[in-house]
Design a protein around this ligand. Structure first.
Ligand SMILES: [Zn+2]
Ligand SMILES: [Zn+2]
Length: 391
């Protein structure tokens, strides 16, 4: 369904009306970051804001999630708008007045902005006269980082009955307020590996008396680098070694060491193959040196985030028509970072869009990252427009 210019203009005015409150909420959440599955204060703030807007939040499906719905004229169709609420275990280095008050925690992925925008969208849509065209479900999810709680939330029914789901992620490097998207993969699937190598420790002066796991580790790191080059050439997949720990002293050959890293790919079916190849690299090197390998391989973000054609086209046309074509950016390639929003899109329409935070913005997960409030209005508008455009 297209959005008329009159409705879009009303929407713009309503967005301006909620903007001061949304900015204040964003900065308050920024000052009080909570990491994955500990979003108690954040969830309480969201619940209070939704109740104040006349919505009735559901009993939580997990613990710190907040979900509420506005009814539509077509009660059989539901659009889901999703925001994530969790912060990261990072020491913030910005000097803004509302910097994190919790040492070791910061909103360095900008989920404070995502949460505040969705509260803004709920306030705008709840205040509209007459019924919405379709039901609109607002999902504020905990634990996007590290634990992929979105996957559990969807499994518990957060998306039951939903025909299309949308999310916006603040994105450094894009001009402020620009909305970006594409049809097809936008974010990668991710797996993580951690392997403990056990050999036999001894005095550094007599290496022949032991069996150093460090030698096997060095070979494995190099072999995984070669594997990365191969899979990059095959289909752009990524294998990265990110941590290598072993030994504590210059005269002791250690008993154990550990290698950790991550794998990224753009087709779900690729995951099992990559796991097999990594296992083979490790087993081969360890067997050759009689080193014991204990591999922990996890893939909680096992799906790439794939935007549907129709939802991407809808977002593109709404933004181009109502915000202006300069405010739409068509992505040419996916990011190899990952998102549990992939689970919202499994088997249904929808799109994960990006919202420009400015070319000078520090990168995501950088301790100086701070969601850009100047993008809030376009973000709220886009969410509302997607909801009103229906499915
Ligand atoms: Zn993140
Ligand atoms: Zn994020």
């Amino acid at each position: 369904m297209a959005l008329t210019d009159t409705v879009a203009e009303e929407l713009q005015r309503a967005v301006q009306g909620v903007l001061p409150g949304v900015r204040a909420l964003r900065q308050d959440l920024h000052a009080h970051p909570e990491i994955a599955l500990h979003e108690k204060r954040t969830a309480a703030c969201v619940r209070d804001a939704l109740r104040a807007a006349g919505l009735a939040p559901w009993p939580p499906l997990l613990d710190t999630d907040v979900i509420a719905e506005l009814p539509g004229a077509d009660s059989r169709t539901t659009i889901c708008l999703r925001a994530d609420m969790d912060a990261l275990p990072i020491d913030e280095t910005t000097d803004c007045t509302y910097r994190s008050t919790t040492p070791g925690m910061a909103h360095s992925c900008g989920h404070d902005g995502h949460t505040a925008m969705l509260v803004g969208a709920a306030r705008v849509l709840a205040a509209r006269q007459g019924p919405l065209p379709v039901n609109v479900r607002f999902v504020f999810q905990p634990g996007e980082e590290i634990v992929a709680a979105g996957r559990d939330l969807v499994a518990r029914g957060a998306c039951d009955g939903v025909s299309a789901a949308y999310a916006l992620h603040g994105w450094p490097g894009l001009p402020v307020g620009v909305v970006a998207g594409r049809s097809g993969p936008v974010m990668a699937a991710a797996a993580f590996f951690s392997v403990q190598l056990t050999g036999s420790g001894c005095h550094g002066s007599t290496p022949e008396c032991g069996n150093s796991p460090l030698t096997a580790a060095a070979e494995i790191v190099q072999a995984l680098e070669r594997l990365h080059a191969d899979v990059q050439a095959e289909d752009g997949s990524v294998v990265s070694v990110c941590s290598l720990r072993g030994g504590q002293s210059a005269n002791v050959i250690p008993e154990r060491c550990r290698i950790e890293g991550t794998v990224r790919y753009l087709e779900a079916a690729r995951g099992a193959q990559l796991e097999q190849r990594i296992r083979a690299v490790i087993t081969q090197r360890c067997d050759a040196r009689s080193i014991q390998a204990d591999l922990d391989y996890t893939s909680r973000y096992a799906l790439p985030t794939i935007n549907s054609e129709a939802a991407s086209a809808r977002a593109r046309s709404l933004v181009q028509h109502h915000l202006g074509s300069a405010l739409w950016h068509e992505l040419t390639a996916p990011s190899m970072s990952s998102e549990d929003f992939a689970y919202y899109l499994e088997g249904r329409e929808g799109a994960m869009l990006r919202l420009g935070m400015g070319e000078e913005s520090p990168s995501l997960h950088n301790p100086a990252y701070n969601f850009n409030d100047d993008a809030l209005a376009n973000g709220i508008f886009t969410l509302c427009a997607l909801a009103l455009a229906g499915a």
